[in-house]
Design a protein around this ligand. Sequence first.
Ligand SMILES: Cc1cc2nc3c(=O)[nH]c(=O)nc-3n(C[C@H](O)[C@H](O)[C@H](O)COP(=O)(O)OP(=O)(O)OC[C@H]3O[C@@H](n4cnc5c(N)ncnc54)[C@H](O)[C@@H]3O)c2cc1C
Length: 393
Amino acid sequence: MTARWTNWSGSVVCQPRELARPASEAAVLELIGAASANDRTVRVTGTGHSFTPLCATDDVLLSLDDLQGLIAIDPVASTATLWAGTKIARATELLLAAGWSLENQGDVDVQSLAGAVSTGTHGTGPRLGSLSTQVAALRIATADGRLVDCSPAADASAFRAAQVSFGILGVITAVTLRVLPAYRLHERLWQVPIDDCLAELPTHIAAHRHFEFFWYPTTDLAHMKALDPTDEEPAAVAGREGERVDYSGRIFPTVRERRFNEIEYALPAAAGPECFADVRRLMRDRFADVTWPVEYRTLAADDIWLSPAYGRETVTISVHDAADRPFAKFFAAVEAIFRRYDGRPHWGKIHTLSAAELGELYPRWDDAMAVRRRIDPAGRFLNEHLRRVVGEA
Ligand SMILES: Cc1cc2nc3c(=O)[nH]c(=O)nc-3n(C[C@H](O)[C@H](O)[C@H](O)COP(=O)(O)OP(=O)(O)OC[C@H]3O[C@@H](n4cnc5c(N)ncnc54)[C@H](O)[C@@H]3O)c2cc1C
């Protein structure tokens, strides 16, 4: 047995038989081959920032922390290929040095590219998709010892399934992303009473490339954030409270020092305000002891089979509580609200749904599961949590 492994929030703890750090694709294939020969299962982890037991195993756990860096940039196609273990922060600095930026990012940039892509990690912006939508091609080391390159032009069904696939198809070794010429963002942070924010919500969302708010239940204030592209220099806003200008990859991320657990569902955009009102009422009436904020973001519709934004304009609502507090009762009550609005859970955040329930929410569920059975018929890449998720418990 090796040392125990735990995720960022501490909600998942396991003791893998082997924790390996392959530094090349050949080493990844060798580890998969050895696992197959010994009938072991394999899970792969990025930074361990998922709250669900996606990476939990007592068998073989791979970390791609030694498989990081830029492989190539294609300036004609506007794509960049990076090793899958590259942390987002490193990716954005490598890209910036070459004159490129990511189209959109989430709240933090410590995740690995493959981990973030595999769960549909997203930021905010009604015309922008998750990181998975920025993927142009993936290379996957599969259970039968092959390296499979998939893209819209090569094994398109594997690609649509793999873009959000939480490690059930194999080990992604390289990620090709669509990138934009490097750009700067202007950030504005400000606070208003939540009812004022809600009254103007469609205007705020339409007015900015990125808009989100955090509602703090104890003060009833909305902490709002708007980001927009700018040609200004950072010095232009020096001294202006709540404003910053810098390259996009330096503006998107924040630092989360206090640990928490989180549930987040993706909802049809039109249902966002009503669903948020229900969550607010629930917290006021039954969970007034929860002081952590609720985050409200937007996402464009996409065509990725297991993406929570599949086929619909989306609002995401994220509910948090401190990592050292029991969350099951609170999150169950929140999840019941999300489910009333046909919400789809974030794959990396707490949820209780089984394959049958998920199948109802995803029109291409059966297609994605057929790809899984084709690529990993023996379930080499499943753990207990995932067997329940894919319906092979
Ligand atoms: C503080 C914090 C802030 C967050 N902010 C956001 C946010 O703004 N937006 C958002 O959408 N989510 C957010 N999340 C959730 C987080 O982005 C996702 O859970 C993401 O998957 C974590 O990436 P990771 O590298 O830590 O992957 P892990 O949690 O280690 O793994 C996630 C999944 O990816 C799979 N995986 C990892 N590497 C590979 C690989 N090489 N090949 C195949 N599969 C692989 C794993 O098996 C697992 O199924 C946040 C989480 C935390 C803790």
